[in-house]
Design a protein around this ligand. Sequence first.
Ligand code: PSV
Ligand code: MN
Length: 419
Amino acid sequence: MQKLTELNHKAGYELLAETLDAQGISVEKVKDALKNQKIETASWAFANSGTRFKAFPHPGAAVTTDQKIDDAAMVNRLTGVAPTVALHIPWDVPKDGDYLAMSQYATSRGIKLGTINSNVFQDNAYKLGSVGNPNPATREMALDHIFECCDIITKVHSDALKLWFADGTNYPGQDSLRGRKHRMEEALKTIYDRLPAGARMLLEYKFYEPAFYSTDVPDWGTSYGMCLKLGEKAQVVVDLGHHAHAANIEQIVSFLLDEGKLGGFDFNDRKYGDDDLMVGSINPYQLFLIYHELVGAEYSDHAVASRNAKQVAYMLDQCHNIEGKIGAIIYSVMNCQEIYAKALLVQHDKLAQAQAAGEVLEAHRLLTEAYRVDVRPLLAQVREEMGLATDPLAAYRASGYEEKIQKERGLAATSGGFQ
Ligand code: PSV
Ligand code: MN
């Protein structure tokens, strides 16, 4: 199959370029967009992780942040579109506290440190929540941690603080729902006021887990409402695994874009719960529909949506529990590239005409037609023009990197944050 794709690369690309030309779509513009795509990898995805039943260690999995940076740099070298890696604090706290050195190390490897993810869910004190905890001392402890994350943003020249709260209750009557809302809002306001200059606050939602009865920021509406009160530096993060089944995520995305409130994505995929599987592995069509909204907003004449689409942070938030880490991350980036490429092929003018004329089937056909195009030859061409191998995953397997890290790092009993 691989040979077939390689053989067809040039011929496939030329045929596609011709077809696009006939449709009035500039292949050069499509290629430029693909060359400028950015996906942020997550430091924790390079480390061992597992379920609550068992974490199976993977040979060579990163333990230290320097190793995670090395691996993220490898992903960027092979794909050319993953120039930043997100950190999770405290999982990535340097032993000597030297964040500047950590940031310089990343630069020396050809990447930058990205979004700073706070963690107020793993300390014993957080049993009843962090900033929503009934105990003011615990709320203060959580805020102190988040303030520290704000300082780290400045130290590593990052521009975004990502907040996710495990806060909630397990039983009706356990706490006051309105009381918890007020505590959350008060904390967010305090954090917002501490944001470093130029930084954005990205507020993630999740409808359940670990809290099983109520979650303090359970859905996009709550996150949106809170961000709206805070101001323009506060935006919503859409983690693809954080919705009830059948939620129309692309509609949520389109609403947020139109209001200038889409901060970014935590890309992953799921079949059942918050599975953190590779993005595009279960429902690539949903990912396509999401990217279609993003492309539509970016190239629209709606100034707010267009500006918002250009500043969205595309982050991976995945856990590779039974597969190797780096290959899976490369494959995830490739999935994002393929889906983005398909979304760029939609004939927007024709689609708008069909929609205006109420031609339901034709509008639907135009959209799905783009989804069906095999864009791998186009991406192979893009990679070739970027001086990269046409198949990053094959290049990774041939690189010897996996064997090298397995030998050097061995099998770590634990690593990352999920011990
Ligand atoms: C919570 O499930 C979450 O999606 C948040 O983004 C956390 O920071 C991350 O997972 C940790 O893996
Ligand atoms: Mn997430």
